[in-house]
Design a protein around this ligand. Sequence first.
Ligand code: UDX
Length: 468
Amino acid sequence: MAFPTVTPPSGAPRPRLAFLGTGYLGATYAICFAELGYEVLGFDVDEAKIAKLSGGEVPFHEPGLDELLRGNLASGRLRFTTSYEQVADFADVHFICVGTPQRADGMGADLTYVETSVSNLARHLRRRALIVGKSTVPVGTAEWVEQLVAKHTDPALEVEVAWSPEFLQEGFAVEDVLRPNRIVVGVKTDWANSMLYASHKGVFDLAATEDREVPLVVTDFATAELVKVAANAFLATKISFINAMAEVCEVAGGDVTQLSKAIGYDPRIGNRFLQAGVGFGGGCLPKDIRAFQARAQELGAGEALRFLHEVDLVNQRRRTRVTQLATELLGRLPGPAGPDLAGTRIAVLGAAFKPNSDDVRDSPSLSIANTLAKAGADVHVYDPQGMANARLARPKLNYEESMTDAVTGADLVCVLTEWAEFRNADPVTLGELVNARRVIDGRNCLDATLWARAGWEYRGMGRPNPSV
Ligand code: UDX
């Protein structure tokens, strides 16, 4: 596809880029696009966050990002600010990367941050610019953002709106931004299309030097918005599908890890995102499938997404399963008010919603740790990166500085996030520290036979007990 060259309104040779909202998404994009050679300004209302970033410190754990941040600050291509005025004055293309959390009063998405950032930015614009939504939003948001922009800018400036969803996975975010598997843009005009192409040329050029191609899908607003939620709904469904199979394996005596391997060899199914365990968490999948259902209901297509309710239920049931297994292993009875685990000490290994991340939003591990503590157990949590966030989210749990501290004296060890440190732990060494050798492998990430041989009573998710 040929793209007419476009002169950015600032007069700079390449569009100058702003990223509004410097959370996991915006900070990673800002840093990576500076790395691709763009002049970049990152914006956030949180002064502490901006001070950290300006000082060369990434406020969250993401492999490889610190180094890129420091390099690009030093090059002068990357700066951070808390001033809308500076952002408006600097950039040609403004990417909106603010959070869209679940609403406190329902399943829908809370668009307050989108509204505030767009309105404040628009009020300060003094020349033509493109505002591009990246946040995950209900379909129809881009049209609404256009109306906000029209309300707050002089029509003579011809400020335009576009939508370009992102697909980065925490833990692989740098790679996902520099080498995405596709770029999707929802645009209404050739100008917006050309500006977005120019803003991503660094990504296409990098691909060309590595003999790769990055597919580009140019579409309308609604489709661009839907692509993101549809992709996340599909991933969530895939995980809940295999977890539903785990439930069946549990009653039928099958092994879901082998079942998953066997069906995954069929390329139509594929073996990725087919790991049974305690289910999905994080800042995206759980809230996105709920917001998608809420929006479809509003639009009159609620029935089409009813299955996502089941996807959510399967996911929640896997968390309950760990409490059930703990109750059984500890020889307690599940009473009418739930199990009584008083007098037991449980080590929970993992607090982050997945390994290589410090993110504990809607983390299955932390939610299970909380349920066990509520049932009366003395719960001791350890996570290689997620401790600070876990302490903030669940201040009442006990936190330990190391895996050995957490498991010492435990009556039960629950591995709930598959960090390499836990996967590679030696069951013989750990066995000498605990009070009783009982382990729940919430991610099916341990070698069941090895643990059983070391004298552990092992329980996985959807797999039979190992024979020694
Ligand atoms: C997800 C999407 O993958 C990404 O494309 C989108 O942009 C944002 O949402 P992320 O939230 O970083 O990314 O996490 P992801 O790697 O998708 O994992 C989500 C959850 O599913 C984690 O809790 C993970 O442990 C769980 N999971 C994943 C499984 O339980 N089984 C699997 O097979 C895969």
